[in-house]
Design a protein around this ligand. Structure first.
Ligand code: C5P
Length: 231
């Protein structure tokens, strides 16, 4: 697996998602399916997009007791997704169980990533609501190291954290980074954003791009621009 641009397909229905993907007649982008589309359409949407030849990042962020996560991961693995994720806050035991559940009888498995602290959680909220009394950077790096210890392949993080994650966990530990905007684009509800070009410089392995592509007048051109800037 190498560097790539992943399109966040945050659509409410199968029809909207497939009519978006129909625009791509020459390339088969790596696609992220999140909770909205998965809960609306179920596993069949994953199978359908996969059968069209796309790689899939199934972004369901599991977090439960180890045995439940292990069994759920076995189901996701059988859908033949390429990448999935969980919350590192579920502890090393939960992450190890996830790897076990995800590993297929032939020894292969999808890439497994951890969400450390959500980028929507501020240091202030982490302290007041979660009673975690450490700088947020330290918490993010500690969770990333826990994920590495449990045998995971990388983390979802801000592009601004990617360099540090690589310093702490090694260059072969993937950083998959949302919060991407073109230099001349709208930032929408994202706060700390980076361009595809800057994400390349800070060492992101995969960038996750939603609205700059899905809401563009010409999504295929926007996707190609991301590839050009990032690869
Ligand atoms: O439209 P936009 O480019 O902001 O989409 C980014 C995607 O990445 C969305 O699917 C969002 O849920 C996801 N994401 C994020 N920030 C995180 C984790 C996931 O924006 N920390």
């Amino acid at each position: 697996m190498g560097k790539d641009v992943i399109i966040a397909c945050d659509f409410e229905s199968r029809e909207k998602c497939l009519s978006f993907l129909d625009k791509f007649t020459q390339e088969k982008p790596f696609v992220k399916i999140g909770m909205e589309l998965f809960y609306a359409e179920g596993p069949s949407i994953v199978k359908e997009i996969k059968s069209r030849g796309h790689k899939i990042f199934l972004d369901l962020k599991l977090h439960d007791i180890p045995n439940t996560v292990k069994k759920a991961m076995a189901v996701l693995s059988s859908l033949d997704v390429d990448m999935c994720n969980l919350h590192a806050g579920g502890t090393i035991a939960m992450m190890e169980a996830a790897i076990e559940g995800l590993t297929r009888p032939d020894g292969t498995r999808p890439i497994l990533l951890a969400v450390t602290q959500l980028t929507s959680t501020s240091e202030e909220r982490m302290k007041s609501d979660l009673l975690i009394d450490r700088p947020i950077d330290e918490v993010v790096m500690h969770y990333a190291l826990n994920a590495k210890k449990a045998g995971l392949d990388g983390v979802v993080c801000s592009p601004l954290e990617a360099e540090k994650v690589h310093e702490v966990c090694g260059n072969d530990f993937y950083t998959v980074t949302p919060g991407i905007r073109f230099a001349d684009g709208d930032i929408g509800d994202q706060v700390r954003v980076t361009t595809p070009e800057k994400a390349k410089k800070t060492g992101s392995d995969y960038i996750v791009v939603g609205r700059p592509i899905t809401a563009a007048d010409n999504p295929v051109a926007a996707y190609r621009r991301c590839l050009e800037e990032f690869l």
